[in-house]
Design a protein around this ligand. Structure first.
Ligand SMILES: Cc1cc2nc3c(=O)[nH]c(=O)nc-3n(C[C@H](O)[C@H](O)[C@H](O)COP(=O)(O)O)c2cc1C
Ligand code: SF4
Length: 428
């Protein structure tokens, strides 16, 4: 089987029924040796996932098998949380999975729950995505296997926000607190929902589990590279003819993906990889680029949750960066000083450049501030925002210098390219 894997059988609108899902993928081998309920069977599932090399698709690319083993080793009965918050504005893959292929994600959650002997699965879904919630609720109602053997599955809303999808923020909210990150340790896999060991896994990650448990680790590794095996979902946006969610194998050429999306609408100035916690790659460097973590890291970017945006030459990268930085600053949970003050200073300085009223040496100070906020928060939000801004300053150095010296350009007034959930007030 080549591609598509996760997206196999997707057509028309609406969620794939359980019958159609079973016809495409076959039944989940709940009773087979892979998912047998004895300790040997559980260890076998973890070993299969370890052998597959599956890493999390929520952004950090952490090996799933290691997390499962830690959760399984806890003293209390674990909880499984499906992270379908998708707070990244340029990402649509998790919503697509839940709205169109909910049984795939449910299969993956069920597999992990059985493997760690959990009695509770929670689908954590952004409150602004009600159609995803309805699709999962309807899919759960179709199934008899989620209610058996005392395993409860439910859908819970998480308040919308960029940081509310961070795993400790979800757990804090599910424990009755605000959806804001908490300081670690303890990590959620040690003490999470109801103080029980908690596996928080991205919806796409669990979709892959559903297929690995059916076809095995070797099958998963038939695609991708030895260090980044399997397939992954990419949300491609910006100046392309047919933006949307694509399933690719790591190492696929960017050119190939752009062709699959009908090509670019006009010459690209740069590509954003990894969303607003990722980084820009100059179009010249992207010419022969392979879409995978390693080549992207060499260019100061990352794949993050699989977001790629093509910025056309007609757009103003300074105005785009200032707009997104203001939004990122507005998303701070306002708990850690460097995040609160650092992101405000960065957003303010970028606005001053975009507006044509920068203070002397603003570019030097921006670069310094981006370095200063990194690693200084309780969660990865300031690191991601700093990465995004630092890559903008590097890739668009000429445009920033021009704006700092001469003020706004004509493209500054053009329609925004990078998507944001709502209009934001730019800090004065
Ligand atoms: C600011 C911030 C926001 C995040 N938002 C999401 C999110 O919306 N969805 C998601 O799956 N992971 C998100 N993450 C990553 C989660 O904390 C966690 O690593 C992930 O859900 C683990 O699943 P995975 O191992 O399957 O990737 C976010 C992380 C940070 C630092
Ligand atoms: S780093 Fe920022 S977003 Fe993260 S917990 Fe601290 S204040 Fe909140």
């Amino acid at each position: 089987m080549s591609l598509p894997r996760l997206l196999a059988g997707i057509d028309g609108a609406g969620a794939m029924s359980l019958a159609a899902h079973s016809a495409v993928h076959g039944d989940l081998p709940l009773e087979s040796h892979r998912l047998s309920r004895d300790a040997h069977g559980k260890a076998a599932v973890i070993e299969e996932l370890r052998g597959s090399g599956l890493t999390g698709r929520g952004g950090a690319a952490f090996p799933l098998a290691r997390k499962l083993a830690s959760v399984a080793a806890g003293r209390d009965r674990p909880v499984v949380v499906v992270n379908a918050c998708e707070g990244e504005p340029a990402s649509e893959k998790d919503r697509l999975l839940l709205e169109r292929l909910p049984h795939l994600v449910i299969d993956g959650a069920l597999t992990c729950a059985r493997t760690v002997d959990s009695d509770r699965i929670i689908f954590a879904i952004d409150a602004n995505h009600p159609t995803a919630r309805w699709a999962v609720e309807a899919a759960l109602a179709e199934r008899s296997d989620t209610g058996r053997r005392g395993l409860a599955a439910e859908v819970l809303e998480i308040p919308a926000g960029y940081v509310s999808g961070q795993e400790s923020a979800i757990v804090n909210h599910l424990n009755g607190g605000r959806a804001v990150p908490t300081a670690a340790p303890p990590m959620v896999f040690e003490r999470g929902v109801g103080r029980r060991p908690t596996l928080v896994s991205n919806a796409e990650t669990l979709g892959h589990v559903a297929l690995i448990v059916r076809h095995g680790a070797d099958w998963f590794r038939e695609l991708g590279t030895p260090t980044e095996p399997g397939s992954l979902l990419v949300t491609l946006g910006g100046a392309v003819a047919e933006p949307g969610v694509f399933e690719i194998e790591p190492g696929a050429p960017l050119d190939w993906l752009l062709s699959a999306a009908g090509g670019t609408l006009e010459p690209a100035r740069a590509f954003l990889f990894g969303g607003y916690g990722g980084g820009w790659v100059d179009a010249g460097d992207a010419a022969d680029l392979e879409i995978a973590g390693r080549p992207l890291r060499e260019l100061g970017a990352s794949l993050g949750p699989g977001v790629i945006v093509a910025l056309p030459e007609s757009a103003c990268p300074v105005a785009e960066t200032a707009r997104v930085a203001a939004w990122l600053e507005s998303q701070s949970a306002r708990q850690c000083g460097p995040c609160v003050h650092g992101l405000a200073a960065i957003a303010g300085a970028l606005h001053s450049i975009a507006a044509g009223a920068p203070e002397p040496d603003v570019l030097t100070r921006l670069t310094r501030w981006a370095g200063l906020v990194t690693g200084r928060g309780a969660c990865g939000h300031p690191d991601g925002a700093a990465r995004f801004v630092a890559s903008s300053l590097r890739v668009f150095a000429a445009e920033f210098a021009d704006h700092a010296a001469h003020g706004p350009c004509t493209a500054c007034l053009g329609a925004p390219v990078l998507p944001l959930p709502a209009r934001v007030a730019v800090p004065a």
